[in-house]
Design a protein around this ligand. Structure first.
Ligand code: FPP
Length: 268
């Protein structure tokens, strides 16, 4: 494939990456966009109409996340298990993805949005692969928001693929293993930890999404069906996140403070 020149983004800001956000700060949101089928069924429409409406919600949410100052937004667009859906629905989803990549990469460049796709690539149609590669290269200078689409993705498969790359019998370093997970699923390395996972559509499960990366993510579930998701719904999720106390396995900051009268240490 001939190389595509990355276009200089107009809105660029240097952003650090790759570390856990300090408690209370929100840098990376991931979304399980559920409820497209039910949205369509409620209107007596084919399920593919729900996915099309869902792609409009994607456009709104990307804009809203950038305006809210997020560094990364990860969207679960197509799981490895989604291949089991009827062929017509799979085709509709693949077309929507390709349309999105073809149509949005110019505005992503304008808005400083870097777009990347992670997951398996060996089962995607060559025209979708080409659209992914072009969009990734054109938007590679974007520094305002990193938009990541999970396509043909499985959290379990990503972990298995990373394990199979590790030298057998050697102790595993979590950071090196995380890098291996990113590499195995074609994901760029410089991404902040996932802070918040939103799932729309009322179900409360992860469905094989970011199983390793979600270790300390806050989870937010809403009954809102994905095609109805608006910027105010993102604001509600962000506000809810601000009320959470993140401890990363430690104790609340106040309990960590040394009391005025500290009991003497026990005699040895
Ligand atoms: C789950 O809803 C949603 C999906 C499997 C696909 C998500 C895809 C999009 C939102 C559109 C294309 C994506 C981009 C990035 C342009 P469901 O169909 O399982 O809903 P249901 O539970 O109501 O049946």
């Amino acid at each position: 494939m001939p190389p595509v020149e990355p276009l200089e983004a107009t809105a660029t800001q240097g952003r650090p990456g790759d570390e856990i956000s300090p408690a209370g700060t929100l840098r990376h949101i991931a979304v399980i966009m559920d409820g497209n089928g039910r949205w369509a069924q409620a209107r007596r429409l084919p399920r593919s109409f729900g996915h099309r409406a869902g792609s409009h919600a994607v456009r709104r949410t990307v804009r809203a996340a950038a305006e809210a100052g997020m560094e990364a937004l990860t969207l679960y667009a197509f799981s490895c298990d989604n291949w089991a859906r009827p062929q017509g629905e799979v085709n509709a989803l693949m077309e929507l993805l390709q349309d999105y990549l073809d149509q949005e990469s110019s505005s992503c460049v304008q808005e400083g949005i870097r777009l990347s796709v992670f997951g398996r690539r060996d089962r995607l149609h060559p025209s979708l692969l080409r659209a992914i590669e072009v969009a990734e290269q054109r938007t590679s200078m974007g520094r305002r928001l990193h938009l990541r689409l999970a396509v043909d993705y499985s959290g379990r498969d990503a972990i298995l693929a990373a394990v199979s790359r590790c030298p057998s019998g050697e102790p595993l370093d979590p950071e090196a293993f995380q890098r291996s997970i990113h590499e195995a699923s074609h994901s760029p390395l410089e991404i902040p930890e996932v802070d918040l996972i939103i799932r729309t559509g009322g179900e409360k499960r992860l469905s094989d999404f970011l199983l390793w990366e979600s270790a300390y993510a806050e989870l937010y579930f809403t009954d809102c069906l994905w095609p109805d998701f608006k910027s105010r719904d993102l604001t509600l999720a962000i506000d809810d996140f601000s009320s959470r106390e993140r401890r990363f396995g430690s104790v609340p900051a106040s309990a960590n403070r040394r009391p005025d009268r500290c009991p003497p240490p026990p005699a040895a």
